[in-house]
Design a protein around this ligand. Structure first.
Ligand code: 4AD
Ligand code: MG
Length: 463
């Protein structure tokens, strides 16, 4: 038995004229009376390998059963090709069919499907060039994220997915329960009796691993979490998912400036990693979807991010004479149109905004002296808008209690978080990078549903 060789490795081969085994899915089959050509892809790389089949050497029925989408295993001689694009091809001796693919009904029989159509066949779209490239890049970025943190002395902490707390105070959470929805147990006052539920209390899917990552940082100094997070907001946009992945580093002894420095260095590392290790896939996406992709990646890597306060940004926006759909004034939350004006029109580079009004940010952010703003930082990117949200954390026990009370958060729900400010508190900071927002930027795709294998959005959880 010959050992299977991945197409990625075959295409790199510098030696020829020996027998190999290759396995993969048929992209196209064409030919003449005497010779048949099959383009085979196994997902290890964007490129196909060409199989050359001398028709006279095979049973007619076997070749007839091979069509686009079929999975085959072939043995043959690896030869140097005469064709202009390909270094190597295979002169096939034997073929085994693993799985036929009915050419009448196979949804990817033809090329050129719309991204909308491909979303409806999320179970098959990984077999297209586009999604092969995107998912290889997604893997590469995950690997680069862990590598970056590992190389910089961070420890990966696995924060829970089911939680009893609401980190962002957004109130848009998915409930987790095993109660019988047709016979909900109630207390005397009519409220649901969660004591009878699985955990004996109300629980939800997490919106962020930050609060637990902070516990890690306040012991290990540098910690990060990277996992799925869930938001039940009904926002049907090209930048929101109900289930998305988030990278959240948390650093003891870092102030907001250290936090910004880390965020900038981290993002540039990831962009450079993609440029250096995934150029083939990037070039494909650049040529097919976004002619400025590679230039934009290089530009982000080369330029220093602009840093200014929210208040300065509001002044710029007010003086911009732009007709924004959402009017700007001090105190409003910035919309994507405002963020993109700053990044794409005014500064023409990524922007980090700091010191937002406390009323539009979460309870845990460190209060500034002015009592109106907090040490928040959002990183805004071209084409994306907000890609990172973070802050220096409020480490002062009394100030944190005060804020929690102001916002009506129950101390008993976050007692464990508060205790870290009671016992050996420390200045610390952190941020959250939305992984799919990063993937939008890296791939140049314009809809977030196209950078995650199985998107979860309102009314959509088919696969
Ligand atoms: O700004 P957010 O809500 O911040 C937090 O959750 C903090 N706890 C992070 C931290 O400091 N550790 O979310 C962080 C990032 C956003 O900047 C955005 O990139 C992404 O997560 N994000 C989403 N991505 C896809 N779909 C959604 N619905 C998202 N909501 C936030
Ligand atoms: Mg945010």
């Amino acid at each position: 038995m010959l050992k299977r060789i991945k197409i990625k490795d075959l295409l790199k081969s510098e030696t020829f004229d020996y027998e190999v085994n290759v396995k993969g899915w048929v992209r196209t089959k064409r030919g003449s009376k005497s010779i048949c050509f099959i383009e085979l892809n196994d997902g290890s790389i964007l490129n196909n390998i060409q199989l050359i089949i001398n028709i006279a050497d095979f049973e007619e029925d076997l070749l007839r059963r091979i069509s686009t989408g079929a999975c085959i295993s072939a043995n043959g001689i690896l030869v140097q090709s005469g064709g202009k694009n390909q270094g190597v091809e295979i002169q096939v001796n034997t073929i085994e069919i693993y799985g036929e693919s009915d050419s009448e009904s196979y949804p990817l029989q033809k090329k050129g499907h719309t991204l909308e159509f491909l979303r409806e066949i999320a179970h098959l779209r990984p077999r297209t060039n586009t999604f092969g490239a995107i998912f290889r890049l997604r893997h590469a970025m995950s690997y680069a994220i862990h590598t970056y943190f590992h190389n910089n002395g961070f420890y990966y902490i696995h924060t829970p997915i089911i939680t009893g707390s609401d980190a962002e105070g957004a109130g848009a959470m998915f409930k987790v329960t095993t109660l019988d929805l047709n016979a909900i147990p109630r207390k005397e006052d009519g409220k649901i009796n969660y004591e009878e539920d699985f955990f004996g209390k109300e629980t939800n899917l997490t919106v962020s691993g930050q609060l637990e990552a902070e516990l890690g940082a306040l012991a290990l100094s540098l910690a990060y979490t990277f996992g799925p997070t869930f938001r039940a907001e009904n926002s049907n946009t090209a930048r929101h998912l109900a289930e998305f992945w988030m990278i959240e580093p948390e650093m003891a002894f870092y102030d907001i400036v250290d936090n910004m420095d880390l965020a900038e260095d981290f993002l540039k590392y990831l962009v450079n990693y993609a440029l250096e290790n995934c150029y083939n896939d990037l070039e494909f996406l650049n040529n097919l979807y976004d002619k400025e992709l590679i230039e934009r990646l290089k530009s982000v890597s080369a330029n220093k991010f602009e840093r200014l306060t929210y208040t300065e940004a509001i002044n710029i926006l007010e003086q911009s004479n732009q007709n924004f759909e959402f009017p700007v004034k001090w105190g409003v939350d910035l919309q994507s149109e405002h963020e993109r004006y700053l990044v794409e029109t005014h500064f023409n580079r990524p922007v980090i905004l700091t010191d937002y009004p406390k009323d539009i940010k979460a309870f845990y952010m460190k209060r500034n002296e002015d009592d109106k703003t907090v040490r928040a930082m959002d990183v805004l990117f071209p084409k994306i808008g907000e890609i990172i949200g973070g802050s220096q954390r409020e480490e002062n026990y009394n100030k944190l209690i005060e804020r929690i009370n102001e916002l009506g958060i129950h101390e008993k729900d976050v007692w464990w978080y508060l205790e870290t400010r009671k016992y050996g508190t420390a200045p610390h900071s952190g941020f959250g990078l939305g992984f799919e927002r990063l993937m939008l930027f890296i791939t140049g795709m314009s809809n977030i549903r196209d950078v995650i294998p199985f998107p979860r959005t309102p009314k959509n959880a088919e696969f």
